[in-house]
Write a protein that binds this ligand. Structure first.
Ligand code: IMP
Length: 422
């Protein structure tokens, strides 16, 4: 496959950055297509660890063209901070149709959360929801207008009074038009050389038969359409959203890799049927370094849930699974996998659309024996202990998708390919 999308099949943080980084070694183009710096992609190679939030995971390879497509919401300050830390030469292209996150979007994100009392979503406070709200309310700012001083100024003059009203009503400080303009002009000056029509470029590169990786952020259970609404993000991480969010025809995408942890995690609020607590959750959290890359919040831990993965397969399409953090399960005596849910005494195999019904679902588990061996040095499927092989095989069977690759540690070299995907 020459054009594939890497999607998160759970609630985000599945290790998409690692899988993208690994496959990107063969890519010519890497594209981020939704979300913003709410994402946190960790990439480890040559003994160094890097955290990416906005930048595509191909940024460390000077030969790769990195695209931030029209479906993204881009915080100019976040971008400038992040790109200034990249020490190697890089290629980056930013869509002139991507929307811009401004400082008041971040404040309004906080206000919205405060107003929700016990219904908080637990957002990253990066202004993602308010920026997408503006986009769809047709009151947002595209990159093309942001880098034009007249258009940017007039946008602030029109919009900022409304935003200030929301902020002052909530008892927050307001923003001064000139101050925002001056500060953000300095970012615009640093960004403008990267801004272009990325749809034109992508279509040209597709005609040239280049290998392209589309890199999803968050996970399908956080999709604004197919996730656990309203405890979701404000974009769609599915494969289906790639064409719209990048400006290519749907049939040009050739397949998708669903990244899943060997267990499940979730940050922020919301239903999580297979959640576990106590010593085992603590152990997995510590061993898997399960703390948010963006917010440092401890992640909630749960067993692998194949109802969630089948849902991901239905709404996004999964050509292969990539299973990450398999090594973290070493030493767990008995492993549990959710096969179905029980809702009001009836076995179901779908994710209910409303979270209240979803909260009533009781997971139905299957148990499998675990393994004790340290598997962090394994370089092929055959080297895995029998129990680990059985665990992967059973997962593949339950989701009815081939396991394309798995990983046994954070480093790029701790990734094992079973199938040639890309
Ligand atoms: P927002 O995207 O900041 O609006 O946050 C909405 C929800 O998505 C919250 O529950 C966040 O914790 C969650 N979320 C957003 N980005 C990520 C991510 O990259 N990984 C995991 N959860 C995320």
């Amino acid at each position: 496959m020459k054009r594939i999308v890497i999607v998160g099949s759970q609630w985000g943080d599945e290790g998409k950055g690692k899988i993208t980084d690994y496959l990107a070694q063969r890519a010519e183009v890497v594209v981020r297509y939704q979300g913003g710096n709410n994402a946190g992609h960790t990439v480890v190679f040559d003994g160094n660890k890097y955290s990416l939030h906005l930048l595509p995971s191909g940024i460390f390879n000077p030969k790769i063209k990195n695209v931030m497509a029209n479906g993204m919401v881009i915080d100019p300050k976040g971008f400038v901070d992040e790109i200034s830390k990249i020490e190697t030469p890089y290629q980056i292209y930013i869509s002139n149709r991507a929307h811009v996150v401004l400082p008041f979007h971040k404040k309004i994100d906080e206000v919205n959360e405060l107003m929700k009392a016990d219904q908080k979503i637990g957002t990253t406070h990066k202004g993602i929801g308010p920026t997408y709200t503006d986009k769809f309310a047709r009151t947002g700012l595209r990159m093309a207008a942001f880098i034009n001083p007249q258009l940017f100024k007039s946008y602030l003059e029109n919009e900022l009074p409304y935003k200030n009203k929301i902020l002052s009503d909530a008892g927050f400080d307001t923003f001064d038009i000139d101050e925002v303009f001056e500060t953000y002009q300095t970012y615009a000056k640093q960004i403008e050389k990267h801004v272009c029509d990325t749809s034109l470029l992508l279509n040209q590169w597709i005609e040239e038969d280049k290998k392209i990786l589309f890199e999803g952020a968050q996970g399908i259970m956080l999709c604004v359409d197919h996730g656990t609404y309203p405890f979701v993000t404000s974009s769609s991480p599915t494969a289906a959203s790639v064409p719209l969010n990048t400006g290519i025809a749907p049939w040009l995408l050739e397949g998708s890799v669903g990244v899943t942890k060997a267990y499940t995690t979730r940050v922020g609020e919301g239903v999580f049927p297979s959640e576990i607590s106590g010593d085992l959750a603590h152990e997995i959290r510590e061993r898997g370094h399960e703390y948010g890359t963006t917010t440092k919040r401890p992640r909630r831990i749960g067993w692998l849930d194949t109802v969630v993965l089948r849902h991901a397969k239905r709404v996004s399409g999964l050509s292969f699974l990539a299973v990450t953090l398999l090594d973290v399960l070493s030493g767990v005596k008995t492993l549990k996998i959710v096969t179905h849910y029980k809702l009001d005494g009836i076995i179901i195999d779908y994710v209910p659309a409303d979270v209240h019904t979803y909260e009533k679902c009781i997971p139905v588990y299957e148990t499998l024996p675990g393994w004790d061996e340290d598997i962090t040095g394994v370089t092929s499927f055959d080297q895995l202990p029998e129990q680990a092989k059985n665990y992967l095989n059973r997962l593949s069977e339950l989701v009815n998708v081939k396991i394309g690759m798995f990983s046994v540690g954070p480093d790029r070299v701790q990734t094992v390919e079973i199938e040639e995907i890309f």
